[in-house]
Design a protein around this ligand. Structure first.
Ligand code: COA
Length: 333
């Protein structure tokens, strides 16, 4: 079977206009700017408008137009959409289909939603890689888009201070023969036994939301922060090392790591475990907080756009999330 190398053709992002600072949060829950910044590295996050225009597929629409522009492509060049989100616009139809219509795509491309929380963009990237490699698709749009402000419990100071809204996308396609730019290795894994560390058990088929849940706020996401922290650092470091090993590269070859932005202390510990300096870690958690499936895509787009990540650089995407899910991608940009 003929196989193809895969590379990034374009990236894009959308950050909601409304900024919520730590200071603003001081009037929402009992907390302080100092506590939030020192424990998480977050200074502010973006919050989607509830009036419309900034729902997950709206953000994805704007981010994709940017990515198409950098890639020099038209919407109908996309032949597969993978939409990662745990906060879709609606339950049905899926977000990828809604986005297909918003983009004016008329080629009946396949549209797939994936729900793997904060690993969403990396899972999507690795799926896109396999599909393009094997010739099942040629040009794949991968979206991470979240409106977490709808699903966090604004009365729970342990979790609400961490999250924000936003969207990041990448378009992947075939690399030319002899291209330096390509995906070098990838890994995906999960451990369902840690599901209870970060879950939202109310609102599904097993337990539909009742008035009682709404009164008690038990229908929101709930998280065991300390447990997540431990698993996160171990998994990020392990997957990063495995990706390098698979590609036959060493830590010295890595120019940039784009880690999931959940907590600056998780990023610092991961850098430490990998034996890399913080100068190599792309960090923007101060501006956006944890935007789940969108963090890696947004951080990657920003670093490409401001010129830190250049063509030819070796870049590691490294993410983990609820599930528990995790994944990494090593690529030469
Ligand atoms: C959530 C997290 C920031 C908490 O930090 P921590 O250093 O573990 O803090 P602790 O949970 O030990 O809490 C310390 C104290 O601060 C308090 N506290 C918690 N949130 C607070 C807040 N927003 N403001 C002020 N105090 C707060 C706690 O009640 C606790 O008080 P106590 O000692 O009197 O009980 C951290 O565990 C974390 O980031 N975990 C990973 C989360 C994650 O990655 N989630 C997403 C996965 S994709």
């Amino acid at each position: 079977m003929k196989t193809y190398e895969v590379k990034v053709l374009g990236t894009g992002m959308y950050a909601p206009k409304k900024i919520m600072t730590n200071k603003d949060l001081e009037s929402v829950v009992e907390t302080t700017d100092e506590w939030i910044y020192s424990r998480t590295g977050i200074r502010e996050r973006r919050i989607c408008s509830t009036e419309g225009g900034e729902f997950p597929t709206d953000m994805a629409y704007h981010a994709t137009l940017d990515a198409l522009k950098t890639a020099g492509l038209q919407p109908n060049d996309i032949d597969f959409i993978i939409f990662a989100s745990v906060t879709p616009d609606v339950k049905l139809p899926n977000s990828a289909c809604i986005l297909q219509v918003k983009l004016g795509i008329t080629n009946n491309c396949a549209c797939l939603d994936i729900s793997v929380a904060c690993s969403g963009f990396v899972y999507g990237t690795n799926l896109a890689d396999s599909m393009i490699k094997t010739g099942l698709a040629k040009t794949v749009l991968v979206v991470g888009s979240e409106m977490l402000s709808r699903e966090v419990n604004w009365k729970d100071r342990n979790s609400c201070i961490l999250f924000g809204d936003g969207c990041g996308v990448a378009i992947y396609g075939r690399a030319e023969a002899n291209s330096e730019s390509k995906i070098l290795s990838s890994i995906l894994n999960s451990d369902g036994t840690g599901g209870e560390f970060f879950d939202q058990p109310v609102g599904g088929a097993v337990t539909p939301i009742t008035e009682e849940h709404i009164k008690e706020g038990t229908h929101f996401m709930q998280m065991k922060g300390k447990e997540m922290f431990k698993v996160a650092t171990r998994t990020l470091a392990e997957n990063g090392k495995k990706c390098l090993e698979m590609a036959g590269l060493s830590l010295e070859d890595v120019d940039w790591v784009v880690p999931h932005q959940a907590n600056i202390r998780i990023i610092e510990t991961t850098a430490n475990l990998l034996g890399l300096s913080m100068d190599k870690m792309i960090v923007n958690i101060d501006k956006y907080g944890n935007t789940s499936a969108a963090t890696v895509a947004i951080a990657f787009h920003e670093a490409v756009t401001d010129g830190r990540i250049k063509r030819g650089d070796v870049v590691l995407f490294d993410a983990f999330g609820a599930g528990l899910t995790a994944g990494a991608t090593l690529l030469r940009y």
